[in-house]
Structure formats: C-alpha cells, structure tokens
Design a binder for this molecule. Structure first.
Ligand SMILES: [Zn+2]
Length: 198
C-alpha cells in the first residue's frame, strides 16, 4: 500500500518541546501541503483547519473495574481524545471532498436534532394526551433510532476517511495512506525543495 509520510514537529522555541510526555500536545507539519486534495488529486477550493489525531496505545489503560474489552468504544474514544497527539493544519479539499464534508456535518446535525425533537415531542404528547398511544410509542422509537443513525453521515467527515491521514504516536509525522499520485508527487517535490533551501 502506498503512503506519503509528512514530517511534523512542534513550533520552534515551544517550551513544551522539552517535555518528555508529548501526548495531548499540538504539532504542525514541517512542509507546506500541496494545494490539492488527497483523495482525487484535484485543486483545493477549501482549507478547513483539521486536527489529525494519533492512535494512542490504549491497551495499557486501566478503565475502571470493567473487564477487558468492555467500556469501549466510548472509553477508548475518551482515552484517545485525552492522550492523543494532534497535528493541526489547514488541509486542502477539492470541490467533491468539501461537499462530502458539508453533507456529513449537515446530515449529522439534522439527524441528531430530529432525534432529540421527536423524543421531546413524544414526552409532551404523552403528557397532553394522558394515555399511551401507538403513535407516541413510534415517535420515541424513531427518535432514539435516529441518534445512532447520525453516526453514518459523521463517518463521512472522519479524518481517516476523508483525508486518509493518521498521526504517528510521537507526533513526528502524519501518514497519508493511498494518496492520489498527484498529491504524493507534489508532496515529495515540496519536501525536496524545502530541504534544499535549508
Ligand atoms: Zn477531493
């Protein structure tokens, strides 16, 4: 599998650099990114600020008294947020990628809001009607079903999916898996030019 390695580091002169424990610290890419998207190699039209998180080793974490494997994925997610190293950068997105990101965000928000509204409305309806009705039960069921469904559009804006990017655990690089050849080639050229000028 092809991959592009983008070196990263903390801002020069950052006092945190001296600390041994780098987890939860913010890094930046050493070289500028090509101005085209990772997936299609097309010219960028948007540059949202993105946090690319590392996958910390959470197996060494003692998560309460829960047996091994329990407590995930929520606890794993919390551990990841708490312990991950972040490479923060403005990432190039082409028209298609940017549209996917917008759809993902809107879809997620819409499903969550509809889910909550249906549950709240069913509680109000139950109080007003004063007795159980099939329609009210369906409102509750649909409302709660929409909440996990909202994870589907959310997966569209996952950094690992949209940018195919992951930060290595010590924050020294971002690995882009299966980059578009044009993106990979431009990243290589930028990196070489940057090395030559220093
Ligand atoms: Zn794209």
């Amino acid at each position: 599998m092809t991959e592009t390695v983008l070196p990263a580091r903390m801002a020069a002169g950052d006092p945190l650099m001296k600390q041994k424990n780098l987890r939860g610290k913010i890094f930046h890419l050493v070289d500028p990114l090509p101005d085209r998207c990772v997936r299609h190699g097309r010219s960028a039209v948007a540059h949202p600020l993105v946090n690319v998180l590392s996958d910390p080793d959470v197996d060494d974490l003692h998560i309460g008294l829960l047996p091994h494997g329990w407590g995930s994925p929520l606890m794993r997610w919390a551990a990841r947020m708490q312990r991950a190293v972040v490479v923060q950068e403005k990432w190039p997105l082409c028209r298609i990628c940017d549209r996917l990101r917008r759809w993902g965000l809107r879809g997620f928000t819409a499903l969550v809001l509809c889910g909550i509204l249906l549950v709240v409305a069913s509680v109000v309806a139950r109080i007003l009607v004063g007795e159980p009705r099939t329609a009210i039960t369906w409102m509750v069921v649909t409302g709660f079903a929409l909440l996990p469904l909202s994870l589907l559009p959310l997966s569209l804006i996952r950094v690992q999916w949209l940018l195919r990017a992951n930060t290595v655990t010590d924050g020294s690089a971002v690995i882009v898996k299966r980059p578009h050849p044009t993106f990979a080639e431009e990243a290589r050229q930028i990196s070489e030019a940057h090395r030559a000028s220093h």
